[in-house]
Design a protein around this ligand. Structure first.
Ligand SMILES: Nc1nc2c(ncn2[C@@H]2O[C@H](COP(=O)(O)OP(=O)(O)OP(=O)(O)O)[C@@H](O)[C@H]2O)c(=O)[nH]1
Ligand SMILES: C[S@@+](CC[C@H](N)C(=O)[O-])C[C@H]1O[C@@H](n2cnc3c(N)ncnc32)[C@H](O)[C@@H]1O
Ligand code: SF4
Ligand code: SF4
Length: 326
């Protein structure tokens, strides 16, 4: 279905949990988060029902995220159920990779097409610091398993932060030399715990390109259908690609194709906009299928033309990235 700005909406990002096994400095507070009661969180069967309604308005692509989606029990069976829904033809997952290695084969067999793995540094001491305790070895194992089991293309998300990891840009590009990995440099957004300091730490796409230009000649990379908002480049002769996600300096809202479902069952027309519509309560009160479809139509109709990050920041009372699903 098209929204009021003629954008075809076919992509639903689902946060299946707001819990996480890491505590990234820019995403979660150090002391963790207030845990939601079990009944406040959608059951996986309920999410499947909601996706069925989404498919009726043209949702064909699903991304499972969180929080950390792989900490949620039942995720493999959930993917199997999603895959069986007529109209759903692409299921991807965004993960920190820590729990990926032991699950990769099962996830693939259940119907998961591909994974995006978030990794902001290649140094184990920094990783421990940035994630407040994570073990980078687990992520390497996860990445290797994803490639081995064909959860491809594997994209690697790196949020670039001045004075923290911007001295590793070349190292990340080198990851694409031998491996078919697609590294994406991401601009830090003023969301969650990064709200107060994102503007000081953010490197724009232009700044990153300038730095990379000191060592590499980047050529426009392959533009593969279905690849999201990133712009891709390639070092000649390297197997992987280098992409940029620039929500702040050159936002991609004009081609936005997505809605979001929070773990608590709110359907959101945009990552940044405050508006959201409760779909969990009607579902639990026995809403008919058509009523759920109407909620999707309503939310698509509410999609803003673009975000206003930068003008308004995020604010204390907003949902956080791990609740909305990044
Ligand atoms: N501003 C904005 N940022 C987004 C949106 N979707 C994803 N991002 C950011 O882009 C980064 C990468 O997101 P992923 O979960 O890997 O998904 P993707 O880039 O849409 O996925 P592909 O389709 O595989 O390219 C994350 O840091 C997200 O926060 C969006 O709708 N708006
Ligand atoms: C919220 S996480 C959820 C999925 C999973 N836990 C992970 O880390 O991949 C999704 C993505 O959002 C990104 N993210 C979180 N906060 C961000 C911010 N303030 N600016 C830019 N990206 C952010 C993370 O780096 C990650 O790539
Ligand atoms: S970015 Fe992902 S891994 Fe890091 S704290 Fe947020 S949800 Fe967890
Ligand atoms: S910020 Fe909102 S409108 Fe822009 S791309 Fe993200 S979800 Fe779409």
């Amino acid at each position: 279905m098209k929204d009021t700005f003629e954008r075809e909406i076919n992509y639903l990002r689902i946060s299946i949990t707001d819990r996480c096994n890491l505590r990234c400095l820019y995403c979660m507070p150090a002391d963790g988060v207030e845990l939601k009661e079990h009944e406040d969180i959608l059951r996986l069967e309920e999410i499947t029902e909601i996706v069925r309604a989404g498919a009726a308005v043209g949702i064909s692509k699903i991304r499972i995220t969180g929080g950390e989606p792989l900490v949620r029990r039942g995720v493999v069976e959930f993917i199997r159920q999603l895959k069986a829904i007529p109209g759903i033809d692409d299921i991807a997952l965004t993960t920190n990779g820590v729990l990926l290695a032991p699950l990769a084969a099962e996830l693939k067999a259940a119907g998961l097409n591909r994974v995006n793995v978030s990794l902001d540094t290649l140094r184990s001491d920094r990783f421990r610091e940035l994630t407040r305790g994570g073990q980078i070895e687990k992520v390497w194992e996860g990445l290797a398993a994803a490639l081995e089991h064909g959860l491809t293309p594997v994209k690697l998300n790196m949020v670039v932060m001045r004075g923290f990891n911007d001295d590793e840009l070349f190292d990340f590009v080198e990851l694409t030399r031998e491996r078919e990995l697609h590294v994406r440099f991401i601009e830090l957004m003023p969301i969650g715990t990064a709200d107060a300091w994102a503007h000081q730490r953010r490197l724009t796409m232009e700044e990153i390109l300038l730095q990379l230009g000191r060592r590499y000649t980047l050529e426009p990379g392959p533009r593969v259908a279905g690849w999201g908002p990133a712009r891709y480049y390639q070092v000649p002769g390297y197997r992987g690609t280098v992409g940029f996600i620039s929500p702040i300096s050159q936002h991609f809202c004009g081609t936005c194709n997505r809605l979001r479902l929070t773990a608590e069952g709110m359907l959101r027309p945009c990552l940044h906009a405050r508006r959201e519509v409760d779909i969990k309560t009607p579902l639990r009160q026995g809403a008919r299928f058509e009523e759920l479809v109407a909620i999707f139509q309503d939310v698509i109709g509410q999609k803003p033309q673009a975000h206003s990050m930068g003008e308004t920041g995020w604010g204390e009372n907003e949902r956080k990235m791990f609740q909305i699903g990044g």
